[in-house]
Each structure stands twice: as structure tokens, then as C-alpha cells.
Write a protein that binds this ligand. Sequence first.
Ligand code: ZN
Length: 315
Amino acid sequence: MSLRAFNDLFPDEDAARAWFERARWPNGPECYHCRVAGNAAFMPKTKFWHCKACKKQFSVTAGTPMGRTHLPLLTWAHAIYLIVASSKGISAAKLSEMLDVQYATAWHLGHRIRAMMAEANPILAGVVEIDEMYAGAPPRKRAKPSRDHDDTDPPANPQGRGTKRPLVLVAVQRDGDVVAKVIPTHSKAAIADALDGVLDPVATVMTDGLPAYKHIGKTQPHLAVNHSGREYARTDAATRQRVHVNRVESFNGFMRRAIIGVFHNVSVKHLGRYTGEATFRWNRKADACLTRMARLVANGEGRMLSYSFLTAKAA
Ligand SMILES: [Zn+2]
């Protein structure tokens, strides 16, 4: 959707409110307090709805990450459009500049919009490629006197497996959707936990040769490529299937470019929302921009996200 088309659709605050109401309540306004739908009157002065069933008032943003917002709905529509229309996401600094709002406002706005992107995980079927991705910064290391250094020390910024960086397990249906979950460790149990309810029982799982993936073969058909043996694709002799993890690596590259390229680094506390954003972009790329915007608003139902929660120190 072009900027001009956006401006035609969202000429003013009333148009923006009407759009949010249609996106959230396709069957007419639903009371936030008593859940009765289609039995409320709009009060033009306060812009609230008056529920005829419970006599309470509610707004289109109540009970969503947009709840109690002080920003005009037109600013929200603009921010959602900018984020959804971009291919990799937009940093808080850029959003602040484009919307002419304070940095903290843009930062909070970005996280609340990201929270609305999170969707229920689809069930993956057919061929499902699984791999993990390290995201964000490793925990800060204590400075060490150089005389303590010897060749057995790990490098200052180790890469890949064995590092303590935040970890995401990614499963991609070869011809379809992706599911990405932040996991605490790369253990057998953590992987099994993350995959619970994600796979169709007859889906064929393809991974690299990491030992922790071997147990998948106990519950699912499982084929592996031996990356350490410099094997990147092979044809399985028994099933004649092409075994590789190119598609999941392509998603991981996409997510890495967004997280490192746009957001520079993300803490483990916010990582789930960034993986949710990357997943939403990947799974919804065939949808038109306005469809994605409406889906995001519908997703916000029942999800609140306060600034104090976002900025509280992780326990
Ligand atoms: Zn009511």
C-alpha cells in the first residue's frame, strides 16, 4: 500500500477510529466489560461506546496493547502501517523521527505493536526443517588481566553453539509457515518442550547432525545432514527425499538481519517479541498490507503491555 493510499484511507482521527473498530469488531462493537456484542451506542463527544446491556463504557483500545493510549489513533495507524509495510522492521529511533514523537514513546509503541504481531502457532506438516539461532548479545564478560590469558581460554566473543547467547529454536515447514521459540538451553528436554504441539505427527523433520536433535527420531520421521562433514544436502537413500535445512537457515538469516541490522541488539527479555515480529512477517508475506494491519489489530485482543512491565528489570 502506497503512502498516498494510506493517507486516502486514513484522512483523519475519525477515519482511523472507524478502521480500528472494523478491524477489531467485524460483528459490531463488543463490550469490554460484559462481552455483549452489537448492543452499544457511540458517544461522539467522548468517543467511547455506551453498552446498553451493562451500562458501562468502553473504547476500541480497551483490553489491547493500545489500551489507555494517549496517542491519537491516527498515530497508531501510521506506526502500524510503517512497521507492517517495511520488510525488516523499524527501529525506535527511526519511528520516533518519522512520527515526530519522543524516543520513549516510539520505543513503547514499537513493543506494543510487536506484541500484537504474536499469533497462535500453526501446526507444521510435510517436511519441517529445524535449526537454532543465537540472537542478541552474549552476557558481558569480566575484564581479565592479560597475563591470565592462555590458549585454552575461550575467544572473547565465541560464536555458535557453546555460547551463552539467547537462543531461538526455529521450525519451518518447507513450503509454509514458521514457528520460532526462545529456549533456555540447547538441551534435549528444552527442544522437546519447544516442539510440543508444533509438529504434525507424520511430518518428516530435517535437522543437522546435532546430538540433541537425535531424539526427535523417536517420535517423528527424522533425517539429518552432517554439516560437520561438510555435507549440506543429500538424497535419502530410503525415501528419495532431499535432505537439507536451507529454508530454516534462510529464515534465520532473515531474523538475524532484522535483529542485528535494524534493532542492533535485543535483550533476552524482549527477544520473544522480536521473533514474533519476524515470524509474523514471514508467515503473512502473501497478505496485502491492509490485511496484515487488520490481522494485527485483531491479534491484540486481550493482550495488554504496560510501559512499566516493559521497562522493569528482568527477574
Ligand atoms: Zn457491557
